[in-house]
Design a protein around this ligand. Structure first.
Ligand code: ZN
Length: 207
């Protein structure tokens, strides 16, 4: 990424249309970015507990920046931004949308996000069952391991926590709906076997 904003060209405009236009076929409507988001949200809530319903989700917009979740605390509104340039890659778009869905469960500003939340978002996207290419998760995981980034340690730490208690995230969110506000002592309360260093790393700020 060179960080230079790019205007959508005709090809990108086609891709955007694809993600927001549904076709009725045999009495069934096709999938769009909003309906995928709805499915991912239900699956995330099933796994990790209900989102904080005080927030209104405005849905999805396409941007020439990065994939992100935009949060407006004063209005309690949240929406997902998807990067326009990768919309032509179906599975990668689902991966990014699934990742951002986790940030909608208990939305916080970017400077508040911790390793725990990013690790859960990464894991959720990696374990998604809806990719066209069955190898997508493997490919995404190996890319994650090859790149030098914070997502890999975040993922590994969340996986370590889940090895100690499989439903740790669900249990933690019973006490604190906002993953990024969970404290090390709440982690240890829910998962007594969790080493101190691990709980400290999970609560560290990600950005
Ligand atoms: Zn994220």
């Amino acid at each position: 990424m060179d960080g230079t904003p790019k205007e959508p060209n005709d090809k990108t405009a086609e891709d955007i249309k694809k993600w927001f236009t549904t076709k009725l076929s045999g009495g069934v409507f096709g999938w769009t970015a909003p309906t995928w988001f709805g499915l991912f949200l239900s699956e995330a809530e099933e796994l990790y507990g209900k989102r904080d319903c005080q927030w209104t989700s405005l849905g999805i917009e396409i941007s020439n920046g990065q994939n992100e979740t935009n949060v407006c605390p004063s209005k309690k509104q949240v929406h997902i931004r998807l990067q326009s340039t990768t919309l032509n890659e179906h599975d990668f778009t689902l991966y990014n949308l699934a990742h951002e869905t986790i940030h909608v469960l208990g939305p916080v500003l970017k400077d508040e996000v911790n390793f725990l939340e990013e690790g859960v978002a990464t894991l959720f996207a990696l374990e998604l069952k809806h990719y066209n290419d069955a190898n997508c998760c493997k490919i995404m995981r190996s890319q994650l391991c090859a790149d030098k980034n914070n997502y890999r340690p975040a993922l590994e730490d969340v996986e370590s926590l889940l090895r100690l208690r499989r439903d740790a995230i669900f249990q933690l969110r019973k006490t604190e709906k906002y993953l990024s506000r969970i404290t090390p002592s709440q982690i240890v309360d829910a998962v007594p076997a969790c080493p101190k260093e691990l709980s400290a790393r999970l609560r560290a700020k990600f950005y």
